[in-house]
Design a protein around this ligand. Structure first.
Ligand SMILES: [Zn+2]
Length: 302
């Protein structure tokens, strides 16, 4: 892959300060820090009463979802400032109705590993441990955080089922993907997102992953009936299709925990099509395809 053009935490930091400089009213900050001390940034769009949230890049190879959410935020803020239309909507009207909290990159350490490999400054001991977890010096297919825990298996949405199935998938400990951790919420990144979610009492959440052009909604039939209605509306306005998760992917995810804990509307949306990491050349298409969902989510009455 072309390492020079992947969307990294460094780029995210630049984009965050760019937004802060251009939009003085913008509420933004950090919900916590990653294992390696990177800030887990958030941005708030809108001031409305209905609070919803988006997050991206739970997985290292899926950095394109962070870029997607950051471009969306920048374009939204720009249109809002000018009171211009955006994708058929008026951001100022959406802002009155909804507050959207975006955490673009939940797993910055994983993104760094997948795009740049082992960081230079890491101790020899930690480097060797990660190489052991990975089974190779090539980290291009790394999805987990810096401790080899797959964050999207670390939430307590029937976590024990995810744990139980690991052996069937040959997962015996920390590694590049699907290891759920020793206990639920064992990782600083998942704990930070859980705390942030509880604090804000979101009515709806969408976790963006790649790839497959699919919409996963609900969890164990614990979602309210409106969940399927919204998923069907998303199908109408995008080329993405409702699907069901299978096997180990069915438990322990952020969306799973959210639906189980709050009995509210939670989605996992897999953007783009192909093999991870999706090439940057797909970005314009992904943006075009998902924009109606990103904006549409802000119009939902909850
Ligand atoms: Zn993912």
């Amino acid at each position: 892959m072309k390492k020079d053009i992947a969307y990294t935490h460094e780029q995210l930091k630049k984009d965050m300060s760019h937004l802060a400089r251009n939009f003085h009213e913008l509420e933004w900050g950090s919900i916590g820090k990653s294992v390696w001390g990177k800030e887990l940034f958030y941005i708030r769009l809108g001031r409305g009463e209905t609070k919803i949230s988006f997050n991206g890049a739970h997985h290292g190879m899926e950095w394109i979802t962070a870029q997607l959410l950051m471009k969306f935020a920048a374009d939204f803020l720009e249109a809002e400032k000018k009171n211009a239309g955006f994708g058929g909507f008026l951001p100022r009207a959406l802002s009155r109705k909804t507050s959207l909290y975006i955490v673009p990159m939940v797993n910055p350490d994983g993104v760094e590993l997948a795009t740049m490999g082992l960081p230079e400054q890491l101790s020899a001991e930690l480097k060797n441990q990660l190489i052991k977890f990975n089974g190779s010096k090539n980290f291009e297919r790394w999805q987990a955080n810096a401790r080899g825990v797959d964050l999207n298996h670390n939430y307590d949405g029937m976590w024990e089922m995810s744990k139980k199935m690991e052996k069937e998938y040959g997962i015996l400990g920390p590694g590049p993907t699907r290891y759920s951790g020793g206990v639920p919420f064992s990782e600083p990144e998942s704990r930070a997102l859980v705390r942030f979610t509880r604090e804000h009492n979101f009515k709806m959440t969408i976790a963006f992953h790649s790839q497959g052009k699919v919409i996963y909604h609900g969890f164990q039939k614990k979602e309210p009936p409106i969940s399927l209605k919204i998923a069907k509306a998303f199908e109408k306005i995008s080329p993405y299709r409702i699907d069901q998760t299978e096997g180990i992917a069915s438990y322990g995810g952020y969306k799973d925990w959210f639906v189980e804990e709050f009995r509210r509307v939670g989605f996992t949306i897999e953007v783009g099509e192909g093999q991870n990491p999706l090439p940057l050349s797909q970005f314009p298409k992904i943006y075009r395809e998902t924009l109606p969902i990103l904006l549409g989510a802000m119009t939902v009455g909850l």
